[in-house]
Design a protein around this ligand. Sequence first.
Ligand code: THU
Length: 147
Amino acid sequence: MMTSTLDQTVSKLKQHAQRAAGNAHSPYSHFPVGAAVISGGGQVYVGCNVENASFGLTQCAERAALTAAIADGARAGDLQTLVLYTPGNTAHSPCGACRQVMHELMAADSTVISCCDSDAVRRWNRAEYLPDPFLPEDLNPAGEPQR
Ligand code: THU
């Protein structure tokens, strides 16, 4: 069977996400997560979860990868595919906070894929991973005067 371009991209992103998960700082949850996101131009950015003894300061892997992308010059709307990886045999769902940030920074036709060490894979398009999002337009609803 031919491996499609998308499959090759996903498997490359999975490798990056696995490597990032190996760098996770997760001494409290013992739940390492890695993420890798690719731009339209093929640039790959990675992130891992970074926990803190002050638990609320924990950063998720997906938002770390998206933040790295923006810091390195990727533009909002130009991020196409994000793969998250967690060790073990379950492909986990990305958290709600990450979904909101994905929605704002990734392309309208973007895909989010969760993978693990088994063959289990889960995929979401943007409408699936965050229906009815809070949008930039909500900050300035048409017709409402600015105060
Ligand atoms: N975590 C992520 O990195 N991404 C998610 O989408 C869900 C949760 C991290 C946060 C924390 O370090 C650990 O997983 C357990 O919640």
